[in-house]
Design a protein around this ligand. Structure first.
Ligand code: 28F
Length: 634
């Protein structure tokens, strides 16, 4: 292949090939990894080019389409990539953009791209990792098309046909030999595009999933303010409107918006150059420092904190905080395990000073929010201290040998990678599970009745609940400030409940607990729902378990004429231990549903509405999402 390309494209293309080969050989260097995460990264790379065009003020609309063959197309109404011959080799500029690996195109070292800056950094990487890619450019009244395969041009760019459109479209199919999986998640892509729409006010971003006929347009004029309000939808706000501070220092642009609500969680969404910095970094450190100082000082000026009162700490101020932080800078350094931690040390001071000054002025002009913020923080501190004492007790319990709860039937294998914990609804199903399991690697923890709804309780109250303490002790990984994933005693935590309304309520309560208090369990793929069969179909001597209505129809349809009996399972208790093993616990036959959160914001909303205390939104949500709620599709 190398020889052929050299013959066709001459000497310059040797360099092209080397670039592409490098990308194909070590894709992780350019897109992080080759899991679903990397796959979605390809789409984001393409969208980024349209966003750059929008930031420059040349593009107002972006359309993203997931096609039935899992190919992706992205189209914008920008200026269109130039197609005139490139000075370096006389090939169309667009072809160079798509085939030459740009310097600085490395995953962890992407420069800040603004209007016309470093366009095209990512397109050649996407091209190299695609089975095929078709580029369409509308520019100067002409539409031109060029096709690539595995990163190399297989046609010249077309002569062009007349068209009054303007813009660029990239349509590609990710290379199956590179990616572990090429199935896209609408929810994941939707969440990212929604984020981009909030961070780029006025730009309309449409996503269409033609696999299922779903279409969504995001366009927010309100920017960060709208983002914060969106995040707080369904929550009871403690202050009238989001507090917004924007400014610039040392060429670093800083935008912050925040609000306090009556929940117990903190939600902080931090971005650097539009990249979601999940692992935080220097901008977040600057934010905490400025917020803590400005709120303490303003509270003292307003005499809400008296001289004798202790200062509020950064931790006190987290509870109920919803905050969006967006910084833009010239040479972002991304560090950390997933390269989502901002490392530039100069950013801390810039954020700190812009936010501190902005907040001091804000609270001077708007004194009202200060009292509810301080009162909330003081309650949070008291609760934190109570939780610390309660946690101590739980931990002491663990250390003094009464460590494992009596109800837990542990397994004999001691290596967490190989073991599973079934959390089972009810003592009777728990009993069947204990008898039916493989006691070498499967532990069983029966729970009696409903656990506490943690959405409405703080950590201290939660730790007062027996069932919750038992779960924490069985898992072994601690909770709150003590949480340590390395101590998790089982790498699969499997929730097994009846397939009825009560059962689904109990699994939702458990999911709420894990999502709010041990989110690392979910993000590391340790949490599962067992899927017990819904029916047993018997035809003469043959038996078939059906896990959904479709399987039932298939079974019944195939049995023309023959005599069949259908048994519907309502509860786990209707199965004897060996049936429970066969259908729901045996790794060779069972179905497990892994819980993963593709859209963090949607999941938060789900738990807020479903488990929170506002009745009307819950009623509405359940009637409009009846299907998903029943299936616990979080
Ligand atoms: C679907 C993905 O890639 N949109 C893009 C442009 C516009 C220009 C451009 C892109 C110029 C010098 C390379 C047009 N006119 N959507 C996109 N829209 N790239 S990518 O320029 C590329 C650079 O080297 C553009 C004038 N200047 C820039």
């Amino acid at each position: 292949m190398t020889a052929k390309i050299q013959a066709e494209y001459g000497a310059e293309s040797i360099q092209v090939l080397e670039g592409l080969e490098a990308v194909r050989k070590r894709p992780g260097m350019y897109i992080g990894d080759t899991t679903t995460r990397g796959l979605h990264h390809l789409a984001y790379e393409v969208v980024d080019n349209s966003i750059d065009e929008a930031i420059g003020g040349y593009c107002t609309k972006i359309y993203v389409t997931i096609h039935p063959d899992e190919s992706i197309s992205v189209e914008d109404n920008g200026r269109g990539i130039p197609t005139e011959p490139h000075p370096s080799n006389g090939r169309p500029t667009s072809e160079v953009v798509l085939t030459v690996l740009h310097a600085g195109g490395k995953f962890d070292n992407r420069a800040y791209k603004v209007s016309g800056g470093l366009h095209g950094v990512g397109l050649s990487v996407v091209n190299a990792l695609s089975e095929w890619l078709v580029l369409t450019v509308w520019r100067d009244g002409i539409e031109k098309v060029q096709r690539f395969e595995y990163g190399l041009p297989v046609t010249d760019i077309s002569e062009g046909t007349l068209s009054d459109k303007r813009g660029t479209k990239v349509h590609y199919l990710a290379d199956k030999t590179i990616f572990d999986e090429v199935r896209h998640s609408m929810d994941t892509i939707k969440a990212r595009l929604r984020e981009l729409a909030f961070l780029n006010p006025g730009v309309s971003i449409t996503i269409e999933d033609t696999r299922v006929n779903e279409k969504k347009e995001y366009c927010f004029d309100g920017g960060i303010r709208a983002f914060v309000q969106y995040l707080d939808k369904g929550k009871t706000s403690l202050i009238n409107e989001p507090i917004i501070v924007t400014g610039e220092k040392d060429n670093i642009s800083v935008e912050v918006g925040f609000q306090y609500n009556d929940s117990y969680q903190e939600r902080l969404y931090a971005f650097a150059n539009l990249i979601h910095t999940l692992e935080g970094g220097t901008h977040v450190t600057g934010l905490r420092s400025a917020m803590t100082r400005a709120i303490n000082e303003s509270a003292r000026i307003q005499k809400i904190l008296k001289e004798k009162d202790e200062n509020l700490s950064g931790d006190d101020l987290k509870e109920g905080l919803t905050c969006v932080l967006s910084v833009k800078l010239a040479n972002p350094q991304f560090e950390g395990q997933t390269k989502t931690k901002l490392g530039n040390s100069e950013v801390k001071g810039a954020v700190d000073s812009v936010l501190y000054e902005g907040l001091m002025t804000w609270f001077d002009d708007h004194p009202e929010p200060m009292r509810p913020i301080v009162e909330k923080a003081i309650r949070a501190r008291q609760a934190r201290e109570a939780a610390k004492r309660a946690r101590e007790l739980v931990r002491k319990g663990v250390m003094t040998g009464m460590s494992l709860p009596g109800k837990l039937a542990d397994c004999s294998n001691r290596s967490p990678e190989n073991t599973e914990l079934y959390i089972v609804e009810g003592d009777s199903a728990g009993g069947s599970a204990k008898q039916g399991r493989d006691r070498n690697f499967q532990a069983v923890l029966p729970l009696r009745g409903k656990i506490l709804n943690v959405e409405k309780a703080r950590l201290d109250k939660m730790l007062g609940s027996n069932e919750i303490r038992i779960i924490i002790q069985a898992l072994g990984c601690g909770i709150g400030d003590d949480f340590d994933l390395k101590k998790l005693r089982y790498h699969k935590i499997i929730i097994m409940t009846d397939a009825d309304v009560d059962g689904s309520h109990i699994s939702t309560l458990l999911l709420t607990f894990f999502y709010r208090h041990m989110p690392e369990l979910i993000s590391n793929g340790h949490l599962y729902l067992a899927q017990p069969p819904l029916y047993l179909v018997q035809k003469g001597k043959s038996k078939a378990y059906c896990y959904n209505e479709k399987q039932l129809r298939e079974q019944v349809g195939e049995s023309e004429g023959a005599k069949i009996s259908i048994q519907r399972y309502k509860g786990l208790g209707e199965m004897n231990p060996s049936q429970l093993w066969e259908t729901t616990m045996d790794p060779a036959n069972r179905f497990l549903k892994r819980i993963d959160v593709e859209d963090d914001i949607a999941a938060d909303e789900y738990f807020t509405i479903l488990m929170g205390d506002k009745v009307e939104p819950r009623r509405e949500f359940i009637s409009s999402h009846a299907h998903e709620v029943r299936n616990l599709d979080v």
